[in-house]
Design a protein. Sequence first.
Length: 443
Amino acid sequence: MMKQRIEQVLRWTMAIVIVGVCVHAPLSVVIGVHVPAMATPVKAWKELVLLAELALLLWYGLRYHPRRLRAGITGKRSLPLWLGIAFMAVHGVSMLLFHNGLQAMIAGFLIDVRAVLAFSAGYVGVLCVPHMWTYVRRSLLIGAAIVLGFGCLQLLLPPDNLAVLGYDKTKNIAPYLTVDQNEAYVRINSTLRGPNPLGVYAGSVLVMALVALIYKLRQSEVQKKREYWWLVALIVMAGVVLWVSYSRSAQVGAAVAAVAALLYMWRDKLSWKVGLAAIMVTLALGAGAFALRDSSFISHVVLHKNPHEANQVDSNEGHGSSLQTGITELQSHPLGAGVGTTGSASLLGRRPAMIIENQYLFVAHEVGWVGLVIFMAWLGAILADVWRVRRAFPVAAVGLLASGLICIITGMLLPVFVDDTVTVLWFALAGVILGRQPRTEII
């Protein structure tokens, strides 16, 4: 009886984290507005819960499944787990060497290592706890319904609809953004912290649903029309939300990931005619975009620049400036400037705030070249191991690889793994896939 109760607690805790992180932004805003003393602590709820979940998982595994746990942490698929621990250890060393204020270091540490906690909890959880995948899958679908459903609803609401919850760009989160301050192009947040992470999330859901739909079509598993239409609806909703996020990096990443997934899923049916047609369509789209480069749509949505208005805000220059700053800082601080010296955590530190948008330069600025190498090795090991199990788990593995491609591309311009929702969900799912024993299909 005790064992079953612990298993239920572990499953429900993971489900609460997965669904809760999808509504973390409005939750933190509401609590911060009505209980100001809890504004900062409430932001760390998911990391604290994941830490408690992981501790209970390790105790449960040692108590009831010691052989399975030992095999999981010392076997062939354990390399990503240990690289994640090494990435966390580098942060610990950096915190001992460089000081930027206790509050900033704690905030920066939690931001940087939440991915390790999510991956480890997913890996050990599905390794030891029966039916963990069922709870994870359902929670992911519930979270997607909330984020995408509200995102589509926002198209019918006033742009500042989130202001009623306490959203304020001067105090917490802006209720909405625009493309270079042009009110004609409103960028929605849904329940995430901003349109850019929303774009990455929507793009990830889109490619995963697309992979699932293609797999079922190829396997002739769409006898259940309800399931077919649910996948189609998910793809449409994700596509709409991705579009109105106006996140160019996420849109480009999603397009590349979708094409890559389609090529892989339909690789046995491709011919030179299909390749030629794809090249012609690409050239036609490129020529059309060039011909219409001065139109309102292309200048605003694609280029984020309007030559006909005296708009001083240019996101392209902002990305370029941030990239140059990141490179300069990396050259000046090869060992890193310290945990909590970049991004939102730096606002709490002793030094001037530093905003670096490139994900990889973000990591390097805090923990130096060594930390960056370990981070890249960790990410590469996860992707490589997921690729190896793609035949055992074709939908989940290929979908995660496609969404990982979105994150990698977006990370060139944005700190994609700083966002709570994207980070926790992607790394938790990666851990679940690698920890799962290939006895049954993960779809």
